[in-house]
Design a protein around this ligand. Structure first.
Ligand code: PLP
Length: 398
């Protein structure tokens, strides 16, 4: 083989290129540059909230099924877990047949499966702008073109969506939305807007993929009804990553009788099935425990949110605004005209705080004045002090 032929033979696919575009290598370099910096970039339950002992005991219980947990099978996932998920979804208003639930390797695999089921190269996928950055990478890896729909304090703007649908050259394959305690803004779509979104989607034949990792983590005591509860054709993605632990890698897709086989086939063709010990572990851990655990952890997150809001209120200069999350992990702060949060991040790191700059959450990277701040991972005192340092950084750039 000549050198050129060998290079050609080793050429990697276009599809891996989007995965190279990530904020994380930069953020990890910054963490090394100042290991003391308080990290507000994450989006996971803090280790002291993860119920380790309960999970350990549940894993032991899972192993009691013996060799049965070590063979192929259960492509849809452990049935008792799917039934438990169906009950939990019913509590949020959606009647789902456990046969339509497919256990996945986290919600992230659900995003990938949805793309595999719907997307051909060149297709348009609508997302929120801003949206979950790892969803953008997945859609691009399937050679979809993500088109952003603006988000305000009440979530995705349905009027803007209607206008975008009118002007798009082709019908988008689906809309990917996080309507409850959105990542990255922390905002929630109120009931009337949810209704309007479903009505528009039905009228225009638009498939909705609802990603709901944070929906249970409410600070008001009332979990919002899901979009799935308004329309059984909505494809719903859930996960135990934020309410138990992300390292479990247990999530699910709730599709519909119409799409059940498509999701099943794609999942089976991709990785055969999920790990059987972990799905049992999650089932045993969740049963009779999860609601109380969610209530207790949400109380902690709420108090951390309050500390962040108070810190922002106390220290931020005029012109800085932020969202008021009623649940979940994040808030979104926006700086006055002229600021660039990518450019400011190294200086913020040197002053002891790391956030995620807004541009990474936009399909076109165009908005540079905001930042995602994760309040769930840090104790109150540290949050307060970090907001002071963030304000100092902003002032020094003003
Ligand atoms: C909106 C959203 N979807 C999906 C995921 C991935 O979750 P999982 O750990 O279940 O794959 C995350 C994690 O941050 C997320 O914020």
């Amino acid at each position: 083989m000549t050198e050129t032929a060998r290079e050609q033979a080793a050429a990697t696919s276009r599809r891996i290129e989007p995965f190279a575009e990530s904020v994380w290598p930069w953020v990890h370099d910054l963490e090394e540059r100042n290991p003391e910096a308080v990290f507000f970039g994450g989006g996971i339950p803090p280790t002291d909230v993860i119920p380790v002992e309960r999970l350990r005991k549940s894993a032991e219980q899972a192993w009691q099924d013996g060799a049965e947990v070590l063979v192929y099978g259960e492509v849809r996932g452990y049935r008792p877990l799917r039934e438990l998920i169906a009950e939990r979804m019913a509590a949020r208003g959606a009647a789902v047949d456990p046969a339509d639930i497919l256990i996945t390797n986290g919600a992230q695999q659900g995003i990938d499966l949805a793309a595999r089921v719907f997307v051909d190269p060149g297709d348009i996928v609508l997302t929120e702008a801003p949206t979950f950055m790892d969803a953008l990478r997945v859609f691009r890896s399937h050679e979809a073109e993500p088109v952003g729909v603006p988000v305000d304090e009440d979530g995705l703007q349905v009027d803007a969506l209607a206008a975008i649908l009118d002007r798009l050259p082709a019908r988008p394959k689906f809309l990917y939305t996080v309507p409850t305690y959105q990542n990255p803004m922390g905002v929630t779509m109120p009931a009337a807007r949810r209704r309007a979104l479903i009505d528009l989607a039905q009228e225009r034949g638009l498939v909705i993929v609802e990603d709901d990792p944070y929906g249970d983590l409410t600070f008001t005591g009332e979990a919002a009804p899901t979009l799935k509860s308004l329309d059984p054709e909505v494809i719903y993605l859930g996960t135990f990553s934020k309410v138990l632990a992300p390292g479990l890698r247990v999530g699910w897709v709730a599709s519909s009788p119409r799409l059940r086989e498509a999701f099943f086939n794609v999942k089976e063709g991709t990785d055969i099935h999920n790990e059987r010990i972990m799905t049992r572990t999650v089932f045993h851990a969740a049963q009779g425990f999860l609601d109380a655990h969610i209530a207790a952890s949400s109380a902690i997150y709420r108090s951390r949110r309050d500390a962040m809001l108070a810190g922002l209120e106390r220290h931020m200069p005029q012109g800085v605004t932020w969202t008021f999350p009623a649940g979940g992990f994040f808030l979104w702060a926006t700086l006055p005209e002229g600021y660039d949060t990518d450019a400011m991040l190294p200086a913020a790191t040197d002053r002891g705080i790391i956030y995620l700059p807004s541009s990474w959450f936009y399909p076109d990277r165009s908005w540079v004045r905001s930042m995602r701040l994760n309040y769930s991972s840090q104790p109150e005192e540290r949050i307060e002090e970090a907001m002071r340092r963030l304000a100092e950084t902003i002032n020094s750039f003003g």
